[in-house]
Design a protein around this ligand. Structure first.
Ligand code: KIV
Length: 301
């Protein structure tokens, strides 16, 4: 029997309970290896539909299929052990009716083992949020700039910079909270409005371009790492990973062209023959190249 205490994964109510106590830290994550790193520092990881743009080269998030979200969701759940994993519902999978939303969200929960889903929309999605939460699916809401509506809105525009937009956005926030959302993302929102909403509703606000007034923050991981070619005004690049990757690939290409890689330490020699002590070709084993190509790198010593 193991004597180690199992690692407890955070759940949606744990995130809600942080409001007013401590800032909530989160990032997007799309793969197991980045999830494993981010897991050490974040309260929740979002498998955002931004993966369609960041990883798959779509112009917007609109074309992202449910299957893609499920595939990346599974990878992130496997990589992270402690953070709550939230998976985005992509465009077209939840807007039509609460029951269609339930069917698709239940599929996401069952097939990825994530702890919650996120969907975009305020007042118009309140009934659906209530329907899902009542039936066991924790929902994170997303208001302000909602990228899945880009074709109606006409661009990625900051919200609440004119007072006449405030009442509608405040109502969105109030209604998703009343519907049972455990937290709400405020995207690209003027600071005074984000501050007002944060103090008005009982659930945490998670800001992305919505100022330090929010209860927590989220960024797209590739943006904050310095991997994205273009980023919004609200992104701070905490690293220059794109430059590091380019430098490594440049060195690799130079060394392959200059024949200095692979060096002796990356190369398999023949085993010395037991009788003579000198290297003899072995006839009972596949060639070095054949063995190396069959085995994973970590296993071939
Ligand atoms: O898809 C995403 O990455 C998101 C964040 C911007 C919150 O929804």
């Amino acid at each position: 029997m193991s004597s180690q205490a199992p690692i407890k994964r955070l759940m949606a109510p744990d995130i809600t309970a942080k409001k007013g106590r401590e800032p909530i830290v989160s990032l997007t994550s799309y793969h197991a290896h980045t999830a494993a790193i981010a897991d050490r520092y974040c309260d929740f990881l979002l498998v955002g539909d931004s993966l369609g743009m960041v990883m798959h080269g779509y112009e917007t998030t609109v074309p992202v299929p449910l299957e893609l979200m499920i595939m990346h969701g599974r990878a992130v759940v496997r990589g992270a052990k402690r953070s709550l994993i939230v998976v985005d519902m992509p465009f077209g999978t939840y807007e039509e009716s609460p029951s269609i939303a339930f069917r698709n969200a239940a599929r996401v929960m069952k097939e990825t083992d994530c702890g919650a889903v996120k969907l975009e929309g305020g007042k118009r999605m309140a009934e659906t949020i209530h329907f899902l939460v009542e039936r066991g699916i924790p929902v994170m809401a997303h208001i302000g700039l909602t990228p899945q509506s880009i074709n109606v809105v006409g661009g990625f525009k900051a919200q609440g910079r004119e007072m006449d937009q405030w009442a509608r956005i405040e109502e969105d926030a109030r209604l998703v909270a009343e519907a049972g959302a455990f937290a709400v993302v405020l995207e690209a929102m003027a600071e005074p409005l984000a501050a007002k909403i944060t103090s008005a509703i009982p659930i945490p606000t998670i800001g992305i371009g919505a100022s330090a007034a929010c209860d927590g923050q989220i960024l797209v991981m590739e943006d904050m790492l310095g991997l994205s070619p273009r980023v919004a005004k609200f992104v701070k690049e905490f690293g220059k990973v794109g430059a590091v990757i380019e430098g490594a690939i440049r060195s690799y290409s130079e060394e392959v062209r200059g024949r200095s890689f692979p060096a002796i330490e990356h190369t398999y020699a023949m085993r010395p023959s037991a009788a003579s002590g000198s290297p003899q070709p072995r006839t009972d084993e596949p060639s070095v190249a054949a063995r190396a190509s069959k085995k994973p790198k970590t296993g071939a010593n």
